[in-house]
Design a binder for this molecule. Structure first.
Ligand SMILES: [Zn+2]
Ligand SMILES: [Zn+2]
Ligand SMILES: [Zn+2]
Length: 488
């Protein structure tokens, strides 16, 4: 499924931002502007043995390519579907004795594809890799040095029998990957597993408060049609109404940073100065560094003491997480939350970071009550900061909903799961595996909620049995049967 010519987009001159993409018709939240298959993509080095090199799904025991012993696949269907893309790579890896780094593998895959099919693989492709910006001239010395090393490594990898390529062109492609490479996630969208190039998507400029979002949809795993099964396809989805002729935008960074920090990140990684409305006006910056209001307004010294303390604690938390010392993480989180109480507002970024870590670690330690309390507070802060249809917000509400559900707070849990479902219908669409999971959770919590409202005692015994991993006792079983029938 490549981009159709009829897709409602056109390239235009977006001034200082270079080229941009705009819509040729009015769009509403949840619309898919276009879908696009990757021009080329590779699995990350670190996951090369656990993720299918064709469809990018994580696999417990993938099937290995007997030739290069590097590529892994779900099964023979995926292996067959990938052969055209892997054939020359396979023999290059065999000759080299081992696979090179991911960005070099990606350049090679793009080159082989270009040499065989040309730079434009479908009518709907609006640009080519040649025309994309590489920002090589903007790079700092350190990046340039790394780029030169990579060009060298590429030339060692590129088979002598293949058509020769100039070093300048290779650095162009490496630069394009650095600024335009799109991180691909696994089938559930939970883990980053690889990187790919999507030429049309590269034309969509950044805005910290974008009107679109990109989501990867791996299609249907059980599809008999291997073409459907194997597409590494993104969807550009609309977050809020867009007028005809308006520029389409996505965000390259998480909104939950102060404007100047987002600008710094964008400059460092993408080589441009963000002049979006939210950056220029510093919209929501006040909330992200807000302190408590009212009678007991903290002094500047108090605020500094607490933020310094939290900064240090965040560093220590990171260290403790690395060594797996979760008791220490819990201790540090508790200390921070206590210090922040009455000083930092519920939307202060440092407060939200601690709540996020705390809810995660409490969940991990099976302390669902504490985890649920932190997750709920975090979500309330997020709601005041994020765009109402932000995908990260949706995912955070989903996790908070599940945590509340695990904590036995079925009413809150169900409400949050419904709320997350509404957001993900916009950002991910009804066919995405996560949305489908949420749909299942929604009906299950709905049933439990009915049960809870009719007979809380039965509900609690069912919950306890589930948490303890024990079977239900006969009388409870009977009661549940009656309740479920009543609930339906
Ligand atoms: Zn596969
Ligand atoms: Zn192979
Ligand atoms: Zn911005």
């Amino acid at each position: 499924m490549t981009l159709e010519k009829a897709d409602p987009v056109e390239v235009f001159d977006a001034g200082s931002k270079g080229r941009g993409l705009r819509t040729t018709k009015a769009l509403v939240a949840g619309d898919v502007v276009f879908t696009e298959a990757s021009y080329a993509a590779v699995v990350f080095d670190s996951l090369a043995l656990q993720v299918c090199h064709n469809c990018f799904r994580r696999q417990a025991s993938p099937h290995r390519c007997a030739q290069c012993k590097f590529a892994h696949y779900c099964d023979r269907t995926c292996q067959k579907a990938a052969w055209d893309e892997h054939k020359r790579e396979c023999s290059a890896i065999k000759t080299a004795g081992k696979a090179p780094k991911e960005n070099i593998r990606l350049v090679a895959r793009a080159m082989w594809r270009m040499q065989k099919y040309g730079g434009r693989v479908s009518d709907s492709q609006l640009t080519t890799l040649d025309l994309l910006q590489d920002h090589v001239s903007d790079m700092v010395d350190e990046d340039v040095k790394e780029l030169q090393d990579d060009v060298q490594k590429f030339l060692e990898y590129w088979p002598k029998a293949n058509r020769a390529v100039g070093t300048e062109y290779i650095s162009h492609l490496l630069g394009v990957i650095k600024v335009n490479g799109f991180t691909l996630s696994d089938q559930r969208g939970l883990q980053a597993v690889g990187v790919g190039l999507f030429p049309n998507l590269c034309l969509v400029n950044h805005d910290c408060w974008p009107n679109c979002t990109v989501i990867l949809n791996h299609g249907n795993q059980s599809a008999l049609d291997s073409a459907l099964h194997s597409q590494r396809r993104i969807e550009l989805r609309v977050l809020s109404p867009i007028k005809e002729g308006e520029e389409l935008s996505v965000s390259y960074v998480d909104f939950l940073n102060l404007a100047q920090d987002r600008q710094k990140l964008l400059r460092k990684q993408y080589y441009f100065d963000c002049k979006c409305e939210h950056c220029s006006k510093g919209i929501k910056d006040d909330l992200m560094k807000a302190t408590t209001d009212g009678e007991k307004k903290p002094t500047a010294e108090q605020v500094k003491e607490v933020t310094d303390f939290t900064m240090k604690a965040l560093g220590k938390i990171e260290d403790a997480r690395v060594t797996g010392d979760f008791e220490e993480v819990v201790k540090l989180c508790r200390e921070c939350l206590q210090k922040q109480e009455g000083v930092l507002a519920d939307t202060h970024l440092q407060h939200l970071r601690i709540l996020s870590t705390a809810s995660e670690v409490f969940s991990f330690m099976q302390d669902f009550k504490e985890a649920a309390s932190c997750a709920s507070r975090m979500v309330h802060g997020y709601e005041k900061l994020y765009h109402p249809n932000n995908a990260q917000l949706g995912m955070a509400i989903m996790r908070a909903g599940v945590t509340n559900w695990h904590a036995g707070l079925i009413e809150v849990g169900h409400a949050m799961i419904c709320q997350a479902f509404a957001i993900l219908m916009v950002t991910h669409g009804s066919q995405h595996p996560i949305t489908k999971d949420l749909e299942t959770m929604r009906s299950q919590t709905e049933l439990e909620l009915k049960m809870f409202r009719q007979n809380e005692k039965v509900y609690q015994s069912v919950r306890k049995a589930a948490l303890d991993g024990q079977p239900l006792t006969e009388p409870v079983k009977e009661q549940v049967k009656e309740l479920v029938q009543g609930a339906k």
